[in-house]
Design a protein around this ligand. Sequence first.
Ligand code: PLP
Length: 405
Amino acid sequence: MEAILKSNKLLNVCYEIRGPVPEKARQMEEEGYRIIKLNIGNLAPFGFEAPDEVVQDVIRNLPNSAGYVDSKGLFPARKAIMHYTQEKGIADVTVDDIYIGNGASELIVMSMQGLLNNGDEVLVPMPDYPLWTAAVSLAGGTPRHYLCDDANGWLPSLEDIRAKITPRTRAIVVINPNNPTGALYPDDLLKEIVQIARQNKLIIYADEIYDKVLYDGRTHTSLASLADDVLFVTFNGLSKNYRACGYRAGWMVVSGNKKIAKDYIEGLNILATMRLCANVPAQYAIQTALGGYQSINDLVKPGGRLTRQRDLAYELLNSIPGVTCNKPQAALYMFPKLDPKMYPVQDDQQLILELLQEEKVLMVQGTGFNWPQPDHFRMTFLPNLDDLTDALGRVERFLAGYRKR
Ligand code: PLP
């Protein structure tokens, strides 16, 4: 019988964070091995609990959650998101400009499906959060990766952004705070990006899902607060700031020059209605989360659990010969570099697989984030101090063995 093939639409689509190496880890767990997972920003399994009032709200409202709701989401939830956008200085947002989805992920895919024709180009950071590259490709677009520069605190290179714009470029994606690098972009740079978008008529897709996971007293500026003559689509959600990844509650906000985007917005509305509505129980949590006690601040303050873990991971990584890493200013990740002279890696997926097999530590290879060279990897610093020390001790041992090969 003839083999059943996947759609051609998927030929350029990949998402390696959940690819073959984690699948191997799953098999090893089934065989009874304990794997230390530094591969995804999933907070709950590491004891980072969602705020209790948020959980209680979902429980209390479960009996009222059995029906479909508005495709864009529950009104009180969208109202709370609207107030949040006001707090962040984003002008002129109404509840109609807000779409609630099953996580930001669903909306990222939707936003690209609604925009792109075959061959349209989108500027995506490199390294990126790979869902963006995948979403552009799935929608028939061509991702054009602009450099975020390791040697410059992982800031986007404006020169490279300008160089990659063509007549087919429709949009630029900016992930700030950044996954996988932990960088937080300064206002001057954000303003330059807005200026480039303005000059080249690009839509700005601002992924700001880590906008409260900020260390050392830093503050975050929403790109959409910087202009009203550019179209912005801003993404956020409960997954990270409120440690509720599994609730699948995210949102996107359309703002700025909405006048020119009536047709695109109609497209977004069609896509939102096609999937009827997002998961309702989790939508009940949004108002409480945004308006309640912001317990994330306790985790990121000096001496807070996330800060201590970041500091330890930073120190331990940089003490491994040939490994260098910037100190994350935000988010949950590090993207360390392996000195290619000491570690002449050809295939970083193979390296990460060997680390898993030999030391039972799971990371993600840098090329999984569309980084062009096999000389980086990504890890989270979610495990507690003891587990982090254990995990990075194993990484050190593994790399010492690699140097002797
Ligand atoms: N954007 C970035 C930068 C992320 O790191 C993630 C998840 O890790 C998402 C979006 C997806 O978030 P959600 O859980 O809301 O789908």
